[in-house]
Design a protein around this ligand. Structure first.
Ligand code: NDP
Length: 248
């Protein structure tokens, strides 16, 4: 499936987990992909692995998405090095879990700055280019926790609920320029983020998933690839839960 031939994609948080899988799938479809993560080591390794299979498809950029000026600089650099971007995937995200009673201000700020302001920063930085692009797409990786909340994750729930509101408002603002903006809300997916959970919590979560297991990174990447494809041109402002039926 070469439906991303001649397309330029940016995937934030592409250094591991879900973002890595999204970057690989877009590259498999023929896109040139900017793999963005905090550390040079993780995005560099992912780009190297992708290029070993799809030569010259991936370029690594180590940037903190919470840093507004750095993201503006990133957009300039990607424009010069890869060309005008068609697909922006806001996937970078962090957790700093804890009950609200004990949550530190820094835990709140770090999560909101990365998960929500990070998307504001990238959309601001790439929107002018997207508005002139062919099949322009913005895809935000939210979470079912942004839909249903979770004790111990007030910061994360607020960031993801905010990202869903942001998605719908951006979809309305940019619809006139044919830029679609959608959110994917994963349930529990096997990655470093969920590996941190104690086994007792994992067992309790699985009990609430009708399909009976955690999802795989590929389950999310497949939906992102569809939303990024020309086939999804008439879908905007939507939140697609990919959660094994958890929130039905
Ligand atoms: P991981 O923790 O496995 O990977 C997160 C990636 O985001 C890493 O590459 C990391 O960079 C990057 N990142 C984190 N902060 C920043 C930042 N400030 N600037 C740039 N890059 C950053 O996460 P997952 O793959 O599990 O999650 C990906 C997305 O999916 C997140 O938004 C998460 O909230 C969401 N999600 C995940 C679920 C799950 O069950 N796993 C469920 C629901 C939503 P580095 O490699 O350099 O550390």
């Amino acid at each position: 499936m070469q439906c991303f031939a001649n397309k330029i994609a940016v995937v934030t948080g592409g250094g591991r987990g879900i973002g890595q899988e999204i970057a690989r799938m877009l590259a498999a479809g023929g896109a040139k992909v900017a793999v963005v993560s905090r550390s040079e080591a993780s995005c560099g390794k992912v780009a190297e692995d992708i290029n070993a299979v799809y030569p010259s498809a991936a370029t690594a950029y180590a940037v903190d998405v919470a840093d507004h000026a750095a993201v503006l600089e990133l957009a300039k650099k990607i424009g010069e090095e890869l060309g005008p971007v068609n697909i922006l995937v806001n996937n970078a995200g962090v957790t700093r879990d804890g009950l609200l009673m004990r949550m530190k201000e820094d835990d709140w700020d770090t999560v909101l700055d990365t998960n929500l302001k990070g998307a504001f920063n990238t959309v601001k930085a790439f929107m002018r280019v997207l508005m002139k692009a062919e099949d322009p797409r913005i895809i935000n990786i939210a979470s079912v926790i942004g839909l249903i909340g979770n004790a111990g994750q007030t910061n994360y729930s607020a960031s993801k609920a905010g990202l869903i509101g942001f998605t719908k408002a951006v979809a309305r603002e940019l619809a006139g320029r044919a830029v679609t903006c959608n959110a994917v809300a994963p349930g529990f997916i096997t990655t470093d983020m969920t590996d941190e959970l104690p086994q007792t919590i994992k067992d309790a979560v699985i009990g609430k998933i009708p399909l009976g297991s955690f999802g795989e990174t590929r389950d999310i990447a497949e939906v992102v690839a569809f939303l990024a494809s020309p086939a999804a041109r008439y879908i905007t402002g939507q939140v697609i839960a990919v959660d094994g039926g958890m929130t039905m």
